[in-house]
Design a protein around this ligand. Structure first.
Ligand code: PLP
Length: 381
């Protein structure tokens, strides 16, 4: 039986047209973009052409575009750069406990080195409401929460910009999926190629003109001395192609994801009437996070459910993560007030290319069968 991939928020398969672009660049552009000979100049031209196309799609200047190896690198660069820039005085940060670990663990690390780190509590849907950060501080928030799909409200963005703080947006789960316009006034934006059918190994950092950026990587002074290291020509071209394709089909994929999100919500209500949807109704439709049970006596364990689904060829994510060999409840679910048991019975389904309603029926029927077996096993104990 065909595998059914419903985990598009974790990564996406590379689009066939992107693979062609990458293959062709690997074959035909062997030069180092910093070399002055013909091979080098051709590679440089291709990289700068990709930069211009990416900038134009995002409504930015090419000089504001910095290619990195991942969103994790982009995020680390912004947060650590801020710290270095403000040494020896203290740097102050604001974020939320529901952020991606690339942000949270970096800020905890910087706190251990003397930075001030304030955590703004999100509501039960993971939404951060307007607040007043200290002038001169750096605020780092996600545009779309990767576990819940909740969207950062424009009022919160405005409250940060009005306060005189600088703003970094982790827009990884937003690019090519939802309208980005409310986020684009941020001082810094981080993106990742592999979340919109581009390749893994390439990320993007957008640095607004006039915003400071200390490089994290020193060396050959590439990317206007903001990120040293020989540019991966093929991956950068793949990123630009994937972005063009994602932007072109954004409206259609958004309405398709909205349809699937509603369809699956109804399916789930029919097999688990007490299901709790942790994703807000007005969040990104590409992510549906739900808790199957809040009663520990039911002894449902999402790891066992995920393994059962996997054995039937279905890939989804759970509300816990493996950390140092043991399963920990997701920090995002804890941040929105879920108990350890609820986190343990939570699943995240994320939608993408090629999904049909029949696939969602297959998921629902398989899940129903697994839950029924678990219930039966409990009665036999
Ligand atoms: N931020 C968010 C919201 C994400 O979903 C992810 C990836 O899961 C990252 C950051 C890290 O991206 P990358 O895999 O490119 O380092």
């Amino acid at each position: 039986m065909n595998r059914l991939f419903l985990d598009f928020a974790s990564t996406t398969p590379v689009h066939p047209e992107v693979i062609s672009v990458i293959e062709s660049a690997l074959k035909n552009l062997p030069g180092n973009p910093s070399s002055i000979h013909d091979d080098g100049r051709k590679a440089r031209f291709a990289v700068e052409d990709a930069r211009e196309r990416v900038a134009s799609l995002l409504g930015k200047q090419p000089s504001e575009i910095v290619f990195t190896a991942s969103a994790t690198e982009s995020i680390n660069t912004v947060l650590k750069s801020w710290f270095f820039h403000h040494l020896p005085a203290k740097s102050t940060y604001y974020s939320s406990p529901a952020e991606h670990h690339a942000t949270l663990l970096t800020l905890e690390y910087l706190e251990s080195k003397g930075a001030e780190f304030h955590q703004i509590q999100p509501d039960r849907s993971g939404i951060v409401h307007p607040f007043l950060p200290e002038k001169g501080s750096l605020v780092s928030l996600m545009a779309v929460n990767n576990e819940l799909g909740s969207i950062l409200p424009s009022e919160t963005i405005q409250s940060v910009l009005d306060s005189g703080a600088s703003l970094h947006i982790d827009a990884v789960q937003a690019l090519g999926k939802i309208d980005l316009s409310t986020f684009m006034d941020a001082d810094y934006l981080s993106f990742s190629g592999h979340k919109f059918y581009g390749p893994r190994g390439v990320g993007l950092l957008v640095v607004k003109s006039g915003s400071d950026l200390e490089p994290l990587l020193h060396g050959g002074a590439q990317e206007r001395n903001r990120r040293s290291g020989t540019e991966p020509t093929a991956l950068i071209l793949g990123f630009a192609k994937a972005l063009e394709l994602a932007m072109k089909s954004q409206e259609a994929t958004f309405s398709q994801a909205s349809k699937f999100n509603n369809y699956l919500r109804n399916n789930l209500k029919s097999i688990v009437p007490e299901v709790q949807f942790n994703s807000p109704d007005d969040g990104s439709p590409f992510i549906l996070n739900f808790t199957l049970s809040s009663d520990p006596k039911e002894q449902i364990d999402s790891e066992a459910v995920i393994m059962g689904l996997d054995a039937k060829g279905i890939s989804v994510s759970s509300g816990s993560a493996c950390s140092s060999g043991s399963w920990e409840p997701s920090h995002v679910l804890k941040a929105i007030g879920k108990s350890d048991y609820e986190a343990q019975t939570t699943l995240r389904v994320s939608f993408g290319h090629g999904i049909t309603e029949t696939d969602l029926d297959r998921f629902t029927e398989t899940l129903d069968g697994i839950l029924k077996k678990m219930k039966l096993a409990l009665t036999l104990l």
